[in-house]
Design a protein around this ligand. Structure first.
Ligand code: NAD
Length: 340
């Protein structure tokens, strides 16, 4: 069993922690928290070891949270650390991971140069095998890369033009907006997502534009992909129906929005209504010669979870891409086909 430590128990960290606990080849040795807030109480209730900065032990004690040790103790005990701290904080922790000679997985909020490789399971697992530091790209980039690399199996992807409608905040983020606006993110083109895709697919011709919308549920991507050869709508539908980590929704099921996708996830009893799969609106798939158009929704809080688990296996050379993806999908109940 690989001993995994989780630094930064927030939106992404708590989900990756849960996922680690479900892996047959991994053990979560603990999580690191800096403030004794409700997330720390939840972790305690779930029986997870909590490590904190040395200077915060007293405040956790006073709040009634049992502490297993300081963050250095946790890192020392681990084989690998998943860093899910806020943007830029992971880079500061890298020194500590290096000091103790530990492999680490970083998140998309870090600059690409924090790691030896930027990672997408369906695109470049092999490139990440044995790499000490891996960066799992952001939620939007993970969805773009999964989609591009899946279409690339149908016919070589020559060009991508994408518009990204971003959720303004995660559901728990009470201090973020916008409330009544659509905000170019930024107005200049391309948005940073194209560059992030290029951190994995270095030579791809891709331009992205992004706008922030007042919603918390999911992102939405509007994609136009030029392939090397002509494909039919049925080819594209079948390609996605046969690939794990994608789900399709049909107009006839009356799932016509991100709100209804989340409602289905709730009705199906998915934990935290998470949908780590890319959810494609089947009716949006349109082909014209060698061009493909489609729209899909991205659950920002959970989409990177399976990639984090695969990145752990790749870093420690525990399994081939095929095996890791299979174990991750099975343990996390990640499917393919139709959402409903
Ligand atoms: P978050 O704010 O929800 O969680 C971060 C956690 O780290 C919090 O629990 C916070 O208390 C803790 N923390 C802060 N400083 C710390 C420190 N010095 N040491 C240890 N813990 C500390 O953030 P998040 O949304 O989970 O984002 C984490 C990373 O994942 C970022 O790189 C982000 O860009 C990336 N990401 C976020 C999303 C998303 O939609 N939320 C999606 C994909 C990737």
């Amino acid at each position: 069993m690989i001993k995994v430590a989780l630094n930064g128990y927030g939106t992404i960290g708590k989900r990756v922690a849960n996922a680690i606990m479900l892996q047959p080849d991994m053990k979560l040795i603990g999580i690191a928290k800096t403030s004794p807030n409700y997330e720390a109480f939840v972790a305690q209730k779930m029986g997870i070891n909590i490590y904190v900065p040395q200077e915060s032990i007293k405040s956790f004690d006073e709040a009634g949270i049992k502490v297993a040790g300081n963050i250095e103790d946790m890192i020392k005990e681990a084989n690998i650390v998943v860093d899910a701290t806020p943007n830029g904080v992971g880079a500061q922790y890298k020194e500590l991971y290096q000091k103790f000679g530990k492999n680490a997985i970083f998140q998309g909020g870090e600059k690409a140069n924090v790691a030896d490789v930027s990672f997408s399971s369906l695109c470049n697992y092999n490139e990440a095998i044995g790499k000490k530091y891996i960066r799992v790209v952001s939620c939007n980039t993970t969805a773009l890369l999964r989609t591009i690399c899946t279409l690339n199996k149908l016919s070589k992807v020559e060009k991508v033009r994408a518009t990204i409608v971003r959720r303004a905040a995660d559901p728990k983020e009470v201090k973020k907006g916008p409330i009544n606006a659509l905000v170019p993110d930024p107005a200049s083109v391309p948005s940073h997502h194209a560059k992030d895709v290029n951190s994995v697919l270095k030579d791809l011709d891709i331009i992205t534009m992004a706008v922030i919308a007042p919603t918390t549920y999911m992102h939405m991507h509007l994609l136009n992909v030029t392939l090397k050869s002509q494909v039919s709508k049925e080819d594209v539908i079948n390609q996605f129906l046969n690939t794990n980590r994608f789900l399709l929704v049909r107009g006839k099921s009356k799932v016509n929005s991100t709100a209804e996708i989340i409602e289905v996830a709730r009705d199906l009893g998915r934990i935290r209504n998470d949908i780590p799969e890319v959810v494609i609106f089947e009716d949006s798939i349109y082909t014209m010669g060698n061009e493909v158009f489609l729209m899909y929704a991205v659950h920002q809080e959970s989409i990177v979870v399976p990639e984090n688990i695969d990145a752990i296996r790749a870093s420690l050379n525990l399994a081939s891409a095929e095996d890791s993806i299979k174990i991750t999908n099975t343990s996390l109940n990640i499917g393919k086909g139709y959402l409903i």
